[in-house]
Design a protein around this ligand. Sequence first.
Ligand SMILES: *[C@@H]1O[C@H](CO)[C@@H](O)[C@H](O)[C@H]1NC(C)=O
Ligand SMILES: *[C@@H]1O[C@H](CO)[C@@H](O)[C@H](O)[C@H]1NC(C)=O
Ligand SMILES: *[C@@H]1O[C@H](CO)[C@@H](O)[C@H](O)[C@H]1NC(C)=O
Length: 416
Amino acid sequence: MQPTLPVCLLIALPVLLVQGSKTGSSKKSPAPRPPPPLGDLSWALGLRLYQVLRSESSSVNTLFSPLLVASSLGALGGGSAGTTASQVQDLLKAPSPSKAGAQVGEFLSGALKSFTKANGTTFHLHTSSAVFSKQAPPVSQAFVKDTQAKFRLQHRPLGKGDSKADLKQLHGWAKAGLGGLEGAPLEAEIQAKAGALILASALRFKGLWEREFSEERTDLRTFLGKKYTKVSMMHRAGLYRHHEDVENMVQVLEAPLWGGKASLVLLLPFHVEDLSRLDKLLTLELLSKWLEKTTVTSMAISVPKANISNTLSLQKQLSALGLTDAWDQKVADFSGVSDKSKGKLHLGGVLHWASLELAAQAGKGDADLEEENIEKPKLFYADHPFIIFVRDNATGALLLMGALDHAEGEPLHDEL
Ligand SMILES: *[C@@H]1O[C@H](CO)[C@@H](O)[C@H](O)[C@H]1NC(C)=O
Ligand SMILES: *[C@@H]1O[C@H](CO)[C@@H](O)[C@H](O)[C@H]1NC(C)=O
Ligand SMILES: *[C@@H]1O[C@H](CO)[C@@H](O)[C@H](O)[C@H]1NC(C)=O
């Protein structure tokens, strides 16, 4: 997107090397930065979906995987035609025209691969995607093969039972996909009619920091969320990319995970407040600007140990974003999924299970980490709600987006 960037780096590199040899210091050239959110379809979809979800007053501890939702929609889009297909395409449009069209599938499947490669070293990741079908006409083998290869999307028929039995089957599948974790219960009902296709995806994530938070320094503090609770707070002083937007009163912190293959980005309001102000502020432009403006800074970080888990049924939200035809048996066109699809096949649900654990551990193995010289660290004291992103370093794609509005813990009693 910015053809001048690599050139700058090439020019800057010899200069740094010369300086390095003169002073004998071992300073490396700054690591190249991942592509910005602007122009990335996983961020674009993530942000739109986040804002629809957050406009509902009931949303607490929102969490979902934009990359996974985009991938399963992309897979389904490949089996559709007509306006059903164009509505999916609109939803997955890259905000900048340079990445539009045929490259969407490649981008998504490339980002999925990039992420799964770092499993076990940079984070622990469990993930599964499937399209379930209810009493559907035979599904095209070409569709099954293609979506499995590109998006790791399995095809599973739902049993003959009623909606209770369907729900049980879906929950069992999600639990296996989450590596045995019991997902939060689904709030909406699932009523799969004959011919329904249900997209399901599940993701469980636990990042492994580049530098660990020491367990000894973990203590009990108050988290000022929806309710005030006692939580385990982790502390660490070190060098982190950080930016302070004084006008919008928000701190932006980027904390690398093991090996630099992914990072966590946290947005923390200066003062205690619920996240509604910040939620409304977010745009791709602003996020890109913030991330670009972060500089390596001495920081004293405090973050609660916490889990964010939720289960979403996204029909209402995706409809609000323009995906309307797919749900309607009469107009939906899934002729790429089955040649006998007409008047039968339709989208019956988009279900998503996500879980994120914030813990103290770093990755294991040889760490080629430089010593950190910390001077007068700035405080990043996350004792109140914040927004969280997990992004892939190589592709810049957005694996997770969420908010911690409330941290589980013993409720704080009035001390008077
Ligand atoms: C991070 O990504 C940039 C480009 O996105 C790449 O040049 C760099 O090598 C990556 N770093 C790691 C540790 O993978
Ligand atoms: C990540 O690794 C764990 C443990 O080896 C494995 O159980 C899990 O399936 C892997 N996840 C993915 C997405 O490959
Ligand atoms: C988060 O969940 C994991 C199990 O998935 C558990 O081991 C851990 O203690 C939980 N953390 C908190 C802060 O509740």
